[in-house]
Design a protein around this ligand. Structure first.
Ligand code: CMC
Length: 431
């Protein structure tokens, strides 16, 4: 097949150039614009990166119009139904589903890295008791580079692998320590006889003075949520990890930057904001008032958990979580959940409203996840931390993909300068 080209004409000068068109496995083609500055003296301008492909990637595919999400080619619905978070971690990192022995070895590798250096644990005492856990988690992850420099040569594949195992294994421990610090309770050490999510729940909820039994329904629900949050191609936090990592910065610093980016309410912070919003709305009677506020451009209120840059159709993750809410609430014996009832009603009313219909604003992954986290006893301030735990594997997979690409370059966007023209310095006394 002949190479595809795209003709670009500068109407002012009449100068033409041919831009190579690159095709992926699926999805829209992209124009390779690398030569347009040399050929035409211009840059492209795309604030918010709405139509800019920043990298090639083999990890995750989204078709936002069709509501499709695939990890390494596998539909999210199949992974949610049949797989486990550990299996998905292996898949994202290695490209293929593991064979039985490979999965056992991977589980073992993760399990043997769950403890954090005891000195790192003392960091928490430096935080105020009501510090937001995302602040503690991003700071402690950044501090890990001061502890694990024995394996931080980013060009050494074995070091990268050890880093991947360490961060995936330790982030639940780091998160649980933040939770215990907020409560003023003693830290609970990881238990390597438990699975990934069961161990996390044990570290969150066990106390030294009495036995604690992890509810398998809770561990299973968390595992599902972690599968659904594990990766989402070039979203804001993943792009942050890639950009920070592209400078050659150590991977803990890059992941910590990703946690910070995730915290914002337009991104992962939305799950916490959704519950706050539902509590604020309170009853179905108030829904029209809040919908009117969400539509009013002069108010800063948005319907949290609604809308997505890429999905212009139902977010497939939200569909799975909504269905899981019914099952999990029933199995946990908490069927009378007024916030879930309100969320369902809010969705129903919003999806009949022309404002939301015309703009293709549907519930996203964050709309229903907080209902499940709450039912598991996880406090609202920890919701975005849950997202960070699950997304760590995605960040690591993207960082690995970038660093192992021989063509990697530092990420360095350009700009359209609209500031003052050149002017001469005026002495202080003459201004
Ligand atoms: N409520 C009310 N109006 C909205 C909303 C909303 N949640 N989302 C978008 N709009 C409107 C927006 O005002 C704009 O209207 P107009 O065309 O009249 O100016 C139009 O829809 C397009 O919105 P946009 O802001 O240009 O879209 P974007 O792609 O830049 O932003 C978004 C995407 C997710 C940041 C945005 O939809 C939003 O703020 N949603 C609420 C926060 C949220 O739920 N975030 C979680 C995202 S999914 C998980 C994750 O990434 O972590």
């Amino acid at each position: 097949m002949a190479d595809k080209k795209f003709e670009l004409t500068d109407l002012a000068s009449g100068k033409k150039s041919l831009l190579p068109v690159k095709s992926g496995t699926i999805g829209p083609d992209v124009l390779d614009i690398a030569a347009i500055n040399k050929d035409h003296g211009v840059f492209t301008h795309d604030p918010g990166f709405g139509v800019t492909s920043a990298t090639e990637s083999k990890i995750t595919y989204i078709d936002g119009d069709a509501g499709v999400l695939e990890y390494r080619g596998y539909p999210i619905e199949q992974l949610a139904e049949k797989s486990s978070f550990m299996e998905v971690c292996y898949l994202l990192l290695n490209g293929d589903l593991p064979k039985k022995a490979e999965l056992e070895k991977f589980n073992d590798d993760i399990r043997h890295h769950t403890m954090i250096n005891e000195t790192l644990l003392r960091f928490y005492n430096g935080f105020h008791h009501n510090a937001h856990p995302m602040a503690m988690v991003s700071a402690v992850i950044a501090s890990m580079s001061a502890f694990y420099h024995d394996s931080m040569d980013i060009h050494n594949p074995r070091h990268r692998e050890i880093f991947a195992h360490r961060i995936i294994a330790k982030i639940p421990t780091i998160a649980a320590a933040a939770h215990k610090h907020s409560l003023g309770q003693p830290f609970v050490y990881p238990r390597n006889d438990l699975g990934y999510c069961a161990n996390m729940l044990n570290m969150f909820f066990a106390v030294p003075c009495e036995p604690y039994h992890v509810d398998p329904v809770a561990a299973e629900a968390l595992d599902l949520l972690f599968i659904l949050h594990a990766d989402h191609e070039q979203n804001a936090s993943t792009s942050t990890v890639r950009l920070a990592g592209s400078t050659g910065a150590n991977p803990y610093a890059a992941i910590s930057a990703g946690v910070a980016a995730l915290w914002g309410p337009a991104h992962g912070g939305a799950n916490e904001a959704v519950l706050a919003m539902l509590e604020q709305i309170g009853t179905v009677e108030n829904v029209p008032k809040y919908l009117a506020m969400a539509k009013d451009k002069s108010s800063h209120f948005r319907l949290m958990g609604f809308g997505h840059r890429v999905y212009k159709n139902f977010d497939p993750r939200a569909k799975i979580i909504r269905a899981a809410c019914h099952k999990v609430l029933e199995r946990l014996g908490s069927t009378n959940n007024p916030l879930f009832e309100l969320a369902l009603k809010l969705e129903e009313i919003a999806l009949k409203d022309s404002y939301f219909v015309e703009r293709k604003l549907y519930p996203n992954v964050d709309f229903y996840s907080g209902i499940i986290y709450s039912a598991l006893g996880i406090p609202r301030s920890m919701f975005t931390v849950m997202f960070a735990i699950a997304r760590t594997v995605g960040w690591v997979a993207h960082w690995q993909e970038m660093i192992s690409d021989p063509a990697m370059r530092i990420g360095r966007p350009r700009q359209l300068y609209t500031g003052a023209g050149k002017r001469d310095y005026v002495e202080l006394g003459k201004r």
